[in-house]
Design a protein around this ligand. Structure first.
Ligand code: ATP
Ligand code: MG
Length: 265
């Protein structure tokens, strides 16, 4: 049964997409079966994996609206060892169209649950909002959410609103919703600010902050424009090593054995 994790933070530009694709690709390299779900109309995860969305007929939108079948929509990326449910332009209208549909918050959960047999990990990349798409992402997060927090001034801003949203969902829609971990991103070891943010975040989320953290890295910012995960674009970079450490921490926590023979594919 696949672990389903949703990468969420309504704040923009904190590293959700970077984490979704690079963690996903790393888990794939370790020999696990990974499905990445692009739930963001911006389609950054889709583009970052080198998939041209204007050439696609269907994606997340068709799946949650119910006009497309998973088996026909999922793309298998042999080189990056992941599968992808891409985001197409139609997804931009979904926030509004979902309002009138039955079970509007549970549609993604309903389509992903049957896919758990086929994967070890399903990772969902959310848009920077707490609208209906993100709500679908949260309710599909069978094994918890991963919250990237950018190490910057006012890093904690908005996290109260996010935890309140999680709490409301637990009360009303999905009692099992948990936080799998909080990930510090764009960490700059040279500044006191990053260390301060780490301390504050640890205080706000006791025992939930991943030991692995992601440094600020030019390579990580460059990789999407080449349509490559960092493990392919710059495998020796600090960013690649950080996502490697995160993948290992997650897998060990989840009880997977790390298959070193598969490490380099
Ligand atoms: P959005 O809210 O718009 O979906 P996001 O939370 O998904 O944004 P990303 O797209 O992952 O954030 O990252 C925002 C920008 O910062 C991107 O240009 C990305 O390449 C860059 N970036 C992400 N992580 C790092 C890092 N560790 N070091 C340097 N640049 C990074
Ligand atoms: Mg994003």
């Amino acid at each position: 049964m696949a672990k389903i994790y949703t990468v969420v933070n309504q704040k923009g530009g904190v590293g959700k997409t970077t984490t979704s694709i690079n963690l996903g690709a790393k888990l794939g390299e370790f020999g696990l079966r990974v499905l990445i779900v692009d739930l963001d109309p911006q389609a950054n995860a889709t583009a970052s994996l080198g998939v041209e969305r204007h050439k696609l007929n269907a994606g997340t939108y068709e799946l949650i609206i119910g006009t497309g079948k998973a088996s026909e929509i999922i793309l298998h990326h042999a080189r990056y060892k992941i599968s992808l449910i891409p985001s197409t332009v139609n997804l931009s209208g979904a926030e509004i169209e979902l309002i009138d549909l039955s079970d509007r918050e549970k549609r993604l959960q309903k389509v992903l649950d049957p896919l758990r047999e086929d994967y070890d990990y399903i990772i969902i990349d959310c848009p920077p909002s707490l609208g209906l798409l993100t709500l679908n992402g949260l309710i599909a997060a069978r094994d918890g959410v991963i919250i990237p927090v950018q190490c910057e001034y006012l890093a904690l801003e908005g996290l109260g609103q996010l935890t309140q949203t999680l709490q409301r969902i637990r009360q009303n829609l999905f009692p099992e919703l948990t936080i799998r971990g909080v990930l510090l991103t764009m960490f700059d070891g040279r500044t006191n600010l990053s260390a301060d943010v780490r301390a504050e975040v640890q205080k706000f989320f006791p025992n939930l902050v991943f030991e692995a953290f992601i440094p600020r890295s030019v390579r990580l910012a460059e990789a999407p424009s080449f349509g490559m995960p960092i493990s392919v674009y710059a495998p020796e970079s600090t960013g690649a090593k950080a996502y490697d450490a995160l993948a290992r921490e997650l897998m060990i926590g989840d009880g997977f054995e790390i298959d070193l023979e598969n490490k380099h594919g």
